[in-house]
Design a protein around this ligand. Structure first.
Ligand SMILES: [Mn+2]
Length: 368
């Protein structure tokens, strides 16, 4: 049986979405810890092969310390062979760390757009891969590579796209991937995992760990077992931190009494529910989005609310409410601004203008 780990898009040294600047070193340490967990898993479970489907690091920002950490990590699994297909964030080129520094002997780096084949005779297996290079242009349609010998287990690792987009990666049709003779195709580039049921023989494993609020939910790697042509795939999670978006409807909050406290309580409730659904409480960064239609009379202060919520150091609050004025004057103003904003093609202007107007009204009311 061949035991594989398929991961991609670790994006070491890519900036994180941060709640506060102090979180930066914490996020970096967590990512490294998660990576080390995966290395322990590889050793403990005697994984034969690790397929790294691109974007291991961000070449523009990678530090020499982190590069050493990555190399030492891979070297700490001497019985596992790592196959790296560089992606658009870490393309292969003369000046790339893939070419300029020495890598451990158990690491193979694909270097060109022409598929390269590596035999692993003890596993009766061939690994194929291509690199995104510094000269790869966007969505360059390439023939899907095909394996040379069908009586071996054939695996392809690639950083590519199945939908036409303007990214400098290889583009393949899903149909070609589905119909190819590979036993397994390890894809990287999409930061979301491709499917929950793993019905395909090609999969995107999703990014290894989220770097921001666009990358929420369970992240990690895929464990792929290939036994006599039968392929089974299972999700693995190594990251201890995740990003979480919650939406908090404040349209029912009374305009009387302490509105900040009432809204803070709603956020606490929503976050409690969201965290309860998780298997274990872990480190989270939360973006709480206030939603709903509210009247101009609802007065609240985002900064004050942020101080009142239970996990204030883990939460940022965004105001996405829509002000629906009660007063005829404000209603008419909003309608006028909305129409003007539509004509000028800046749709969000009306909502921003309403926020400025209502906050001025609240300030005036307070002064009285
Ligand atoms: Mn990526």
């Amino acid at each position: 049986m061949i035991k594989l780990i398929h991961f991609s898009d670790t994006h070491f040294c890519r900036p994180f979405d941060l709640i506060s600047q102090e979180d930066f070193s914490v996020r970096c340490a967590e990512l490294k810890n998660s990576f080390s967990h995966m290395m322990s898993y590889i050793n403990e479970n005697e994984i034969n092969i690790a397929l790294v489907a691109g974007d291991l690091f961000d070449a523009k920002t990678i530090s020499s310390d982190t590069l050493s950490f990555i190399k030492n990590s891979l070297a700490s699994c001497p019985h596992c062979r790592f196959f790296i297909s560089p992606g658009d964030a870490d393309p292969y080129g003369e000046t790339s760390p893939y070419a300029c520094v020495s890598w451990p002997p158990n690491v193979h780096i694909f270097k060109s757009a022409v598929p390269e084949q590596v035999h692993i005779d003890e596993l009766n297996c061939d690994i194929y891969g291509v690199a995104v290079t510094s000269s790869t242009s966007f969505s360059e349609p390439t023939d899907t590579p095909e394996p040379f010998s069908v009586n071996r287990t054939n695996i392809l690792v690639i950083h590519g796209e199945t939908e036409k987009k303007r990214d400098p990666v290889y583009c393949f049709s899903e149909k070609d991937l589905r119909e190819s003779d590979f036993d397994y195709i390890a894809m990287g580039h999409h930061h979301n995992i491709s499917s929950s049921d793993f019905g395909h023989k090609y999969n995107y494993c999703g990014c290894f760990s989220g770097h921001g609020f666009e990358e929420c939910g369970e992240k990690g790697a895929l464990l792929v077992l290939i036994d006599n042509g039968n392929v089974s795939v299972k999700k693995l999670k190594f990251s201890s931190h995740s990003y979480l978006n919650i939406s908090v409807d404040i349209s029912e909050v009374s305009t009387y009494g302490n509105t900040d406290t009432a809204i803070a309580r709603l956020i606490d409730e929503k976050l409690g529910e969201a965290l309860e659904k998780r298997s274990k409480i872990e480190s989270v960064s939360v973006c709480a989005s206030l939603t709903g239609n509210i009247s101009e009379r609802l007065c609240y202060d985002i900064h004050a609310i942020n101080k009142l919520v239970e996990n204030s150091d883990k939460i940022i609050i965004k105001d996405n409410t829509v002000i629906t004025p009660v007063s005829p004057l404000l209603s008419a103003m909003k309608a006028g601004i909305t129409e003007e904003a539509r004509v000028r093609g800046c749709e969000d202007l009306a909502e921003r203008a309403m926020r400025i107007i209502t906050s001025q009204l609240h300030a005036i009311r307070k002064e009285r």
